[in-house]
Design a protein around this ligand. Structure first.
Ligand code: C2E
Ligand code: CA
Ligand code: CA
Ligand code: CA
Length: 286
């Protein structure tokens, strides 16, 4: 390649080339994958910190690729988002998750069915902008017979930054129906804490970065203070706080002491097949 002079050549980086090809291959394979049923969902329990009982689970999609094996969502959700496939894929995830929540609900003894296990479903920005969101969600809940209160939709903080009323309206409508709305990855964006009041959100999901500082004893005192402040503000606004990425008992102890309500992480359970959650929650009910 010519180093100096007017013309500059792009020097091919074999690794990024390969990555680009893979990305292209994955992108073009996405629609067929949905038709062929190559996606599946793992569920990760959401646990009440007070007594470690299972309160629900987050649905996390995976792709069982015939050549590449299981591919995680970080690798294909952005592609699906860019191509618009996220709308039908997201609808599929919602429908599967709602069916699963119905199965969990029916396995509970009748006296516990009014506080059903919640299923949390991630909503990407493109889904939020899609005009069919409310109608599709209502249709799925009605067809399956799942109470709205058994569903929680997770929206990232960054998707709502600077959101105007038009974007918030569908979320508001869903919240009025009883669907829970969670603000995902909270603390990673630049949201104005006072802005929270404006959002139809009932749950804050504190990003994993906050729990990381609590991995050892002594925990990072600044992290403790920040989380303490967020929890007290959230509670004063009637929001519940879920923490992500709890990997150790020490973290769980800190977070419980700081007043966090619910936790999710490898310390409790990795994402897994839906049957496992049923075993866990039925064991708690005894
Ligand atoms: P997220 O919504 O923040 O989900 C939490 C991620 O943290 C999951 O990664 C989960 O497996 C991982 N995790 C859970 N506990 C721990 C822990 O203790 N330690 C660590 N290090 N990680 C933990 P996963 O399954 O790879 O999902 C990545 C992201 O992909 C999700 O981040 C979410 O943004 C997106 N995603 C997953 N499923 C869907 C979906 O159905 N629709 C949309 N739109 N996005 C999805
Ligand atoms: Ca999430
Ligand atoms: Ca998250
Ligand atoms: Ca995340």
């Amino acid at each position: 390649a010519k180093a100096a002079g007017g013309n500059r050549y792009e020097i091919a980086d074999p690794e990024s080339d390969e990555r680009a090809i893979t990305r292209h291959g994955l992108t073009t394979a996405l629609p067929a994958a949905l038709e062929r049923g190559e996606f599946f969902i793992e569920y990760q329990p959401l646990v009440r910190l007070g007594d470690a009982s299972v309160r629900g689970a987050e649905a996390l999609v995976r792709w069982a690729h015939p050549q590449h094996g299981v591919i995680g969502p970080d690798r294909f959700i952005p592609l699906a988002e860019r191509t618009g496939l996220i709308v039908p894929l997201g609808r599929w995830v919602l429908e599967q998750s709602a069916r699963q929540a119905k199965v969990w609900l029916e396995a509970l003894p009748p006296e516990e069915r009014d506080t059903p296990l919640r299923v949390n479903v991630n909503l990407s920005p493109a889904q939020l902008h899609h005009p069919g969101l409310v109608a599709d969600t209502v249709e799925i809940l009605e067809r399956i017979g799942l109470p709205a209160g058994a569903l929680c939709l997770e929206v990232t903080e960054s998707a709502l930054i600077g959101a105007d009323e038009d974007l918030l309206k569908p979320l508001r409508q869903l919240a009025e129906m009883g669907v829970h709305i969670a603000l995902d990855d909270f603390g990673t964006g630049y949201s104005n804490l006072a802005n929270l009041r404006r959002l139809p959100v009932g749950v804050l999901k504190l990003d994993r970065s906050f729990t990381q500082g609590m991995q050892q004893h002594p925990a990072d005192p600044v992290d403790l203070k920040i989380v303490e402040g967020i929890v007290s503000l959230a509670h004063s606004l009637d929001l519940t706080v879920t923490v992500e990425g709890v990997e150790t008992g020490a973290q769980a102890d800190h977070l419980r002491r700081l007043g966090c309500d619910t936790a999710q992480g490898w310390y409790y359970a990795r994402p897994g097949p839906p049957e496992r959650l049923r075993e866990l929650s039925l064991a708690d009910a005894v």
